[in-house]
Ligand binder design. Structure first.
Ligand SMILES: [Zn+2]
Length: 408
């Protein structure tokens, strides 16, 4: 499924309020479905669909929402229920019992309830809320896809800077990838965003750190305006709240943009990429160190690695991070070290390399083991480590200002 996004512009205040009502109703139906599942035994998806019909009879505002959109809301409830079931089956520690939603921001329409104009410049929502016609503001690719492809679903999303429509197309993105003959093992770390087995590091860019500082400042300002027990809060509080929301949105977009570019670059220049599956580990046990601002981007980055691997037909492998930093990549012996030890020096084979590089090598070996290729550690050995030391400085320096070579 391919998803494209467009902004909904040129609506009146009433029109946007109508969209808000539709979103609120979708949330209402989802929560009602969860409630129904909690209160009754052996509830299936079909029961939730039936519930939608009953709700429409009972509540006039629920009837306003397009019937397929009502079902889509029930499907959302079902998604959280069924993923709870599957986590129970897998006996996971965190089962994630379905929760009620308080601040839903989107409503999903299926094939009806909306209508695009023939030139795809405007979209009208035609269900009981009657939100009317909006201009569709998007880039060229999205416009072409809108004209060309079949739309399965339309999602209306509210963000702090406006309303967006997400179009889900009935197509998969498939492109011809270029094979380069390179393999890459990535160690996602605290000091670097990642380090590969060739000792190349990518650093979390400074501009992202700076916007995160701005976020903290705005958060403090909002905190000062909050009056405990006051209902409603002051106008200035809400103004500050919206400003904070916009900063969040900007950082979210910057992070995403960066993660996509890095992931794209990594997958484009390698055929096999191995990374550690951070979900398996509980990240870093030392919490003082773990509070790194890059955590949020790691997961996103690995998601995009998987994505590009899929569309370009390349092997992207996630391996468990157990002992990747402890084991010696050269002789395989386990060398215990604390988090603060930055170099890996093996007492058995006398090798001395950066701990992250050592981890990246182990990760690559693990991944190759999964793929069934025995990777010969040919370019890297004890003898070469001396010449390597010299190169390391300049290699890191070229990427230090947050501009790794990006091919987009
Ligand atoms: Zn060793």
């Amino acid at each position: 499924m391919l998803v494209r996004e467009a902004k909904l512009l040129n609506g009146t205040k009433e029109q946007y309020l109508a969209l808000d009502d539709a979103i609120r109703t979708a949330q209402f139906i989802r929560n009602k479905a969860i409630r129904y599942w909690m209160d009754n035994q052996a509830v299936g998806k079909a029961d939730l669909y039936a519930l939608c019909k009953d709700l429409a009879k009972e509540f006039p505002f629920a009837k306003k929402l397009n019937s397929a959109a009502r079902q889509a809301s029930a499907e959302r409830a079902w998604a959280s229920i069924s993923s709870f079931y599957s986590r129970c089956k897998k006996k996971e520690k965190k089962k994630g019992y379905p929760k009620f939603k308080k601040h839903c921001r989107s409503v999903e329409y299926k094939l009806s309830g909306w209508k695009l104009s023939p030139d795809c410049m405007t979209i009208a929502f035609t269900d009981g809320f009657n939100s009317g016609t909006f201009s569709v503001y998007c880039n060229k690719e999205t416009r072409e896809d809108l004209l060309r492809l079949k739309i399965n679903r339309v999602r209306v999303v509210r963000r702090s800077d406006g309303y967006y429509a997400q179009f889900c197309f009935d197509a998969d993105r498939k492109e011809q990838g270029e094979y380069t003959g390179n393999v890459l093992g990535l160690d996602l770390g605290l000091k670097y965003f990642y380090k590969d087995q060739n000792d190349r590091a990518v650093i979390y860019p400074q501009y992202l750190r700076q916007s995160e500082k701005r976020l903290k400042k705005q958060q403090r300002r909002l905190g000062k305006k909050f009056v405990k027990g006051a209902k409603p809060q002051s106008n200035n509080y809400h103004k500050a709240r919206i400003r904070l929301g916009k900063i969040h949105l900007k950082i979210q977009r910057q992070r995403k943009d960066w993660a996509i570019k890095i992931a794209r670059c990594v997958v484009a220049s390698n055929d096999v990429i191995v990374y550690e599956d951070l979900k398996v580990s509980n990240l870093v046990k030392n919490h003082h160190l773990a509070k790194s601002i890059s955590d949020a981007s790691w997961y996103q980055f690995t998601q995009w690695l998987d994505y590009y691997g899929k569309i370009w037909d390349k092997a992207v492998v996630a391996v468990s991070p157990h002992y990747t930093s402890q084991d010696c990549s050269n002789c395989g012996q386990r060398v215990k070290k604390s988090l603060s030890t930055r170099t890996h020096s093996c007492p058995h084979c006398k090798i001395e390399i950066c701990r992250d590089t050592n981890a990246a090598l182990n990760i690559l070996k693990k991944g190759m083991g999964i793929l069934g290729i025995s990777w010969q550690n040919s370019t890297f050995g004890q003898k070469e480590s001396a010449s390597w030391e010299g190169k390391r400085g300049e290699k890191t320096a070229s990427t230090i200002d947050g501009q790794p070579e990006i091919a987009t």
